[in-house]
Ligand binder design. Structure first.
Ligand SMILES: O=C(O)CCC(=O)C(=O)O
Length: 288
């Protein structure tokens, strides 16, 4: 999947792109079956955490399937056209809304709590692993909103909000928003400053999205603290990222320990300013 010059202009203008085809029907069915098999075999959780902990944050550290998906050539080709030839993965996450689920995602900018500043060198590839229609709660974007900086977000702690602290930007004019429905196997790309949100799943099927956050080697140059990324294309001659090789095996004990360390190291940045505990960064480890 290479981007055309029209795609590139639209990404620069709008801050997002939709309907880029990256997986065929059989591949989507296989990936979905693997995810659903994991849900069955790990319904009691792993290492003291519910499976959703690993689905929602840094899944590529402990789940080989998620690390492999982040290396998909068709996805990397498109991302390379935006970020250049040297690519790392900062996080892989699954956004699942069950059929009829009230879960939503409020209007937000990804960078708000990520500790990456306001860089242009990050992009999220969001891959639909089900039919992600408007009814199923597809993403909505505010075109051009990436052109300015990070705006104020308020924490709502709304339990139906899939974001870590239910953070939201106030006063969005929904008339300016554009929906991004995706067929199974299609992906969207969005910039870390682009305002986006999604509604409940009012369809009869599960709505499954795979979000892969790509960065360049230079993103962390000069930033404080420590953060981790997995090189997936090209080379990393910068020194900002602690490099990850990818999981040894499904929930391998050494990878689970690394997962815990990463969460500990990311915690102060990702929970900065929060008035409540943020479950996804609570740092629970091996309480079984
Ligand atoms: O899946 C969704 O509805 C939202 C995902 C999202 O906010 C993101 O990938 O940055």
């Amino acid at each position: 999947m290479d981007l055309t010059s029209d795609h590139k202009i639209r990404y620069e203008t709008d801050g997002y792109l939709c309907n880029l085809s990256v997986f065929d029907e059989q591949s989507v069915a296989r990936i979905r079956a693997e995810i659903e098999a994991l849900e069955e075999t790990h319904s009691a959780g792993t290492n003291g955490n519910v499976l959703d902990q690993y689905f929602r944050v840094n899944g590529h550290v402990v789940i080989p399937l998620l690390a492999d998906l982040a290396r998909t050539p068709a996805i990397l080709n498109a991302v390379e056209d935006v970020l250049g030839e040297n690519l790392l993965v900062w996080s892989v996450e699954l956004f699942i809304k069950e059929a009829g689920s009230e879960k939503t995602v409020s209007w937000h900018q990804d960078f708000t709590y990520w500790g990456m500043g306001e860089t242009n060198d990050e992009v999220t590839a969001w891959v639909a692993l089900s039919d992600v229609t408007e009814q199923a709660g597809c993403m909505r974007f505010l075109p051009g909103s990436h052109k300015n900086g990070i705006v104020a977000h308020e924490d709502t702690q709304d339990k139906n909000n899939l974001l870590s602290r239910g953070q939201q930007i106030a006063d969005i004019n929904e008339d300016d928003a554009r929906s991004g429905p995706l067929k199974p196997g299609e992906m969207s790309l969005h910039h870390g400053r682009c305002f986006h949100a999604s509604g409940p799943n009012q369809s009869e099927g599960r709505r499954i999205g795979l979000a892969i956050r790509y960065v360049t080697p230079e993103v962390r140059d000069g930033l404080p603290g420590r953060d981790y990324a997995m090189l997936v294309r090209g080379v990393d001659k910068a020194s900002g990222w602690v490099k990850l090789a990818g999981p040894r095996d499904l929930f391998h004990p050494a990878d689970l320990a690394l997962y815990h360390k990463i969460i500990q190291d990311q915690k102060s940045t990702l929970t900065a300013g929060a008035t409540h505990d943020i479950t996804l960064y609570a740092g629970k480890e091996n309480v079984t």
